[in-house]
Design a protein around this ligand. Structure first.
Ligand code: UT7
Length: 336
């Protein structure tokens, strides 16, 4: 019997207009363009401004564009999964809000939190529903309004993050394309290095938590860097070995965009030349669950049917993983 796979049949992303540049950041905290470019590789990031704007707005825009682009009726969507660490509210799920805003009425939806690995974990979850034969059209969203939890008085974190949303459509195929394999890992003991201290059931919001600035990202950068650089590279190399893929078989590495040095190390470990590595960190910074769909969307027109992509991420939790995707369609004409 032929195996049903889940193929990505469309991708879209959306970023807000406002560009927070290194030069503007250097008026807010003690930092420089030189430091940020050398240590991280970010030139600017997009920020969602405006009263009442939230992660669901980033997701809604990405999903609306995806439906339009793939000529899919919102009524035909079976399931929508949203990966995010910046939900509009603790509940209901942001996926429910995105579905409502995008006019998706016949689906169920839920959020998934795996920090920067969220999109990968959600993509595999969505793919499994398709592979099982149960659902035919699944949308996977990665969206984060990181500016909502970024402390713009803390120079060690405020240069790093940006806001964005991305979405893919998954559909069944009997061909040898789509989501081929994955390796995922977590290590909860790493939570001490990267987390948000308050706002959950452990430390509900109070005057004290607000005064102590505990509703923002807390990161011990160097420790996270050490785990990220080794684990992301290892897991990317591991999925190649597991599937007998040589570096010449790989068309693209799609890495989570947290730090250019981590991305370079992963590419080198896989034996890939720099031109096979998707990089857009300079324009958007770290958009957490959105980095991978945002990257693929920007490079979409350079992808060909049958291209082998290795997706790799590392994030808070710790969570990390890699995925082998065989791209399922040729460039869409009309896109610049
Ligand atoms: O996506 C989720 C996973 N997250 C990651 O993968 C992030 C991993 N970590 C990193 O990417 C890096 O650790 C950072 C970019 C966060 C920091 O880079 P680093 O090379 O590890 O710098 P550091 O923390 O060791 O700091 C070096 C120096 C320190 O000064 P001293 O103690 O040497 O005097 C910092 O205070 O740089 C200073 N520094 C800054 N200087 C100018 C820290 N932030 C800044 C800044 N501007 N924005």
């Amino acid at each position: 019997m032929t195996k049903t796979r889940a193929a990505i049949t469309g991708i879209n992303a959306w970023v807000p207009e406002y560009r927070l540049t290194n030069s503007e950041l250097s008026t807010m905290v003690d930092t420089t363009d030189e430091w940020i470019m050398q240590r991280v590789g970010i030139r600017e990031r997009r920020i969602l401004k405006g009263e009442g704007k939230a992660t669901s707005d980033l997701g809604e825009q990405a999903v609306r564009g995806l439906l339009e682009k793939t000529k899919t009726s919102p009524d035909d969507i079976d399931l929508l999964i949203c990966a995010t660490v910046t939900p509009d509210m603790l509940f209901p799920a942001t996926s429910n809000i995105i579905s409502d805003k995008a006019g998706i009425k016949n689906a169920f939806s839920f959020d998934l939190n795996a920090a920067c690995s969220g999109f990968l974990f959600a993509l595999q979850t969505g793919a499994s529903y398709v592979e099982s034969g149960r659902y035919k059209k699944v949308i996977v969203v990665g969206a984060d309004k990181m500016s909502a939890i970024t402390d713009y008085t803390d120079r060690t974190t405020c240069t790093l993050f940006g806001d964005a949303g991305g979405a893919v459509l998954l559909e069944p195929t009997e061909e040898e394309y789509g989501i081929m394999d994955h390796i995922f890992r977590v290590d909860g003991s790493g939570r001490k290095y990267l987390h948000m201290k308050a706002g959950g059931s452990l430390r509900p919001a109070s005057h004290e938590t607000v005064d102590a600035r505990e509703h923002f990202i807390y990161q011990e950068g160097q420790s996270v860097f050490k785990f990220a650089v080794s684990n992301m590279a290892d897991v990317a190399a591991e999925i190649m070995e597991k599937n007998n893929l040589r570096s010449e078989d790989i068309a693209w590495l799609v890495p989570h965009q947290a730090n250019l040095r981590i991305i370079d190390a992963t590419g080198r470990r896989m034996g890939l030349p720099p031109e096979k590595v998707m990089i857009n960190i300079q324009n958007y910074g770290n958009t957490t669950a959105a980095t991978i769909p945002l990257c693929i969307w920007e490079f979409e027109n350079r992808l060909k049917k049958g291209d082998n992509l290795i997706l790799a991420a590392f994030g808070g939790g710790f969570t990390w993983g890699s995925m082998w995707v065989k791209w399922a369609y040729d460039p869409v004409s009309g896109k610049e």
